[in-house]
Structure formats: C-alpha cells, structure tokens
Write a protein that binds this ligand. Structure first.
Ligand code: BTN
Length: 321
C-alpha cells in the first residue's frame, strides 16, 4: 500500500495530490492515507501537506531503500526481497544468517554503513556512508570448485553497472577487484556454505566506494583507493547503480545456467587489466613472479613462470609496472 502511494506521489512529483484522490485510488480511508504518509516521512521522504490541496512529494531520501531500488528494477529474481538497514556489522554476515534460516535465492541485504565490513583474506573493509555495501544470496547448482566463476561474473556485472551509470569502464584485476586509473573502486567477497559436491548457498558481497568522499581516504588509502565521486566529481545515483548491477548479474546468471560460462569469461577477459601483465601472486607461503597469460574455465589464473605455467585459484595479485 505504502509502495503504491509512493508511486502515485512520484508520478506527480512536485504537484499536490489530494487526500481524497489518494484514498479513492488506493481504496483506503483518509486516516490510512495519513498513516502511510507518516510512514514515508519516517523513512526520510520529504512530503509537504496542505489542508486544502493534499500531499506533495518534495524529495526522496538518499538511502538505498527497497522501494527506491525495486522501482524500475528489471531483475525478477535478484532483489525480489531486499533488506535495508542504516547500519550493520556486515551485510555478508546478515545475509549468511538469513540464508542459514532458508532465505530464498535472490534476496539482497544492503546497509548504509558497516561497522565490521570484511574484505578478502581476512582484511577490514572500510564502509562509511555513501558507499554501496550489498550482499546477495544465491543457491547455484554448481560444483563447489566452480564457485570462483560466480565471483568473476559479479565483477563483470559491476563493470556493466558502473559504465551504465557513469560512463566509466573500470578494469578488473584478478579475481575481482574493480580498478579505475589503477586505484581500487570496488571489491567482492564470496562466502560459501557447501558440501563436498554441492553448494548449499553462496553469499556474494560487493563493496563499491560510490559516493565516498575523497577526503575520507586517509593518506595510506589515497594512493590505492578511489570512488565514483572522486572520479566524476558528482554524486552518483546509488539506487540506479544497484538496479543495473542486479539486472546485469541476473542476466549473466541465467545465461550461464543455459549456456555455461564461456560468454561471461570472454567478457571478463575483455575487461581484465591482469592478463598479459607481469605480476606477483602472493600466497600464504610464497610469492610467485610471472606473466598472467589467461584464466581457465574454472576462473583460475594461469601464470607463466620461469619454471612453467602455474594455476592459481586464490592469491593476491600485484601488477608490476
Ligand atoms: C575485497 O577485499 O576486495 C572484498 C571487499 C568486499 C566488501 C563487501 S561490502 C559488502 C559485503 N559485506 C562485507 O562485510 N564485505 C562485503
């Protein structure tokens, strides 16, 4: 009901809609109209009211509210259910808990800020307001050793969303960092609950420094991190980014179920800034130096070293100048 009322107010943005018209259109009492208006105001919608003219939507809050994302969302499965919080420890943690309780595939968890955002390799992920901190629950019929492919797929979808919203085409550093001018814009953390031969569920977490102010990055991060705001000079429409991401991810996900991952892998190669480069791959016990030559059909990185070609499913890549 609240969503329908919001849609009517949006259609008439800047113009008054009378309480009588709203109650007639939505087939509810004037008191119910008033209650829903109060609910929308509580969420941050700025709505003017005038005793004779009715209600007028003035401004939509800069929050990743489910109603804002679902309005115009092309994806059918991803984002069907969206949980939004002002603050969470980690969207991946909340999504993991939901998934363990049976939450269906496609549900999304969003937070305006995270207090314990987590990155790959146990790192801390700084998650202030202005970013997109999002986790999706997936339940792919995929052998656990192929999970890396979903991570690569998310990186391709994040490139699509970024180029659609800003025109910037980030490069992908294997496996899943999005770089702009050599600096990190976004990262992906995939966490899996699996048995030997099958995946129960997978949490795909993505963090994008969308409208994170350049001043937020301290001296250390300033050299290595960037945001869409820093690159373009203007705030991006984060809800639009999320919609584009979910739509692209769903498209790739459904395509892979029918035709496999080869098309997605070609797109990943196209956006890669790793392939063809001299790199270091840092592992827990050693660092390998060589040239990144390709990724295989499982998404592993193939590196030509002095002693032959090695295959990596994990590791931290540094691009050499
Ligand atoms: C990386 O190290 O590059 C991966 C960063 C992933 C961060 C995202 S933000 C949303 C989700 N929740 C988390 O705690 N981490 C991921």
């Amino acid at each position: 009901m609240k969503e329908t009322m919001l849609a009517v107010l949006k259609e008439n943005k800047g113009r008054f809609v009378s309480g009588e018209d709203l109650s007639r259109m939505l087939r509810v009492s004037r008191t119910a109209v008033w209650k829903h208006i109060a609910g929308l105001r509580k969420e941050g919608y700025e709505i003017e009211s005038s005793p004779r003219r009715g209600y007028r939507l003035i401004a939509v809050p800069d929050l990743l509210l489910p109603s804002e994302i679902q309005d115009g969302l092309e994806a059918r499965i991803l984002g069907r259910q969206i949980y939004h919080c002002l603050e969470l420890e980690s969207t991946n943690k909340t999504a993991r808990e939901l998934a363990a309780e049976g939450e269906p595939e496609g549900s999304v968890v969003l937070a305006e800020r995270q207090t314990s955002g987590r990155g790959r390799l146990g790192r801390v992920w700084c998650s202030p307001e202005g970013g997109v901190w999002l986790s999706v629950i997936l339940r792919p019929s995929l052998a656990p050793y192929k999970i890396q492919l979903i991570t690569l797929m998310a990186a391709v979808a994040a490139v699509d969303a970024t180029s659609c919203v800003t025109g910037i085409i980030p490069g992908i550093k294997w496996p899943n960092d999005l770089l702009v001018n050599g600096k990190k814009l976004a990262g992906i953390l995939t966490e899996v609950s699996a048995e030997i031969d099958r995946v129960n569920h997978l949490i795909l977490g993505i963090g994008v420094n969308a409208n994170v102010s350049p001043g937020y990055f301290g001296e250390e991060l300033r050299e290595t991190a960037t945001s869409l705001l820093a690159e373009t000079g203007v705030p991006v429409d984060r809800a639009c980014w999320v919609r584009a991401f979910l739509s692209s991810l769903e498209g790739e996900y459904l395509k892979a179920q029918v035709a496999g991952f080869s098309d997605m892998l070609s797109r990943w190669r196209h956006y890669s800034v790793t392939l063809g480069k001299d790199i270091d791959v840092k592992l827990a016990e050693r660092t390998v130096h060589g040239k990144a030559v390709d990724i295989n059909e499982e998404g592993a990185l193939l590196v030509r070293t002095e002693s032959g070609t090695e295959t990596f499913l994990a590791g931290e890549v540094t691009l050499k100048k």
